[in-house]
Design a protein around this ligand. Structure first.
Ligand code: 5GP
Length: 202
């Protein structure tokens, strides 16, 4: 059996990567990777669905046990991807989709170079600023912080395989689906299937 694909959606805060992630999950059979976080649940968020919510103490214990594929501190909270379910899914041939910050994307690429990393970006920084402002949750200072971070993140473009400009959400979702489909059709991702057709499986 072919191993599943590991696809990472990343990009700056306000780029719309969370919305793209949810829509791609809805439209494909891709497996979600549920992250662990130390931040408090927001209204409507469910344990084991949006995140596994843990105390900082429990989180540190998970780090000590080597349970994470990657872990990062994002705006004063910890976020991490549990390792075991990801590798289990990939071994069983399921594609796994991640939505992580840029540090997380880098750690995943380092440990798992076959991962397909997609950078999601609004058409320009003015649009990003307007979107962050439109949320109404950021102070001017936090907005500046996030815009500065977004520029530094885009400057790390070389570690990404693809960029999707999120101008129109429907088109951005379609772009991600097209990327996943093209990756799945690559010869190197179909060696097992081809060998089986040729009767060369050992
Ligand atoms: P939020 O608190 O809004 O759900 O997420 C804040 C940020 O943390 C987002 O940029 C999101 O992509 C990132 N994030 C969520 N889960 C993980 C994870 O497992 N690892 C890393 N590195 N970042 C994550």
């Amino acid at each position: 059996m072919n191993k599943g694909l590991l696809v990472v959606i990343s990009g700056p805060s306000g780029a719309g990567k969370g919305t793209i992630y949810s829509k791609v999950i809805e439209r494909t059979g891709m497996q979600r990777s549920v992250s662990v976080t130390t931040r408090k649940p927001r209204p409507g968020e469910e344990e084991g669905v949006n995140y596994f919510f843990r105390t900082e103490e429990q989180y540190q214990q998970m780090i000590a046990n080597g349970e994470f594929l990657e872990t990062a501190e994002v705006y004063h909270n910890y976020y991490g991807t549990p390792k075991a379910p990801v590798f289990e899914n990939l071994q069983n041939g399921y594609d796994v989709l991640f939505e992580v910050d840029v540090h997380g994307a880098r750690s995943i690429k380092k440990k798992y170079p076959e991962a397909v990393a997609i950078f999601v970006m609004p058409p320009d920084f003015e649009t990003l600023g307007a979107r962050l402002r439109g949320r109404g949750t950021e102070s001017e200072q936090s907005l500046k912080l996030r815009l500065g971070a977004a520029k530094r993140e885009l400057a790390k473009y070389e570690m990404f395989d693809y960029i999707v400009f999120n101008d129109d959400i429907g088109q951005a979702v379609q772009d991600v689906l097209d990327i996943v489909n093209a990756e799945k059709r690559k010869i190197k991702n179909n060696i097992e299937a081809i060998k089986a057709l040729l009767g060369q499986n050992d």
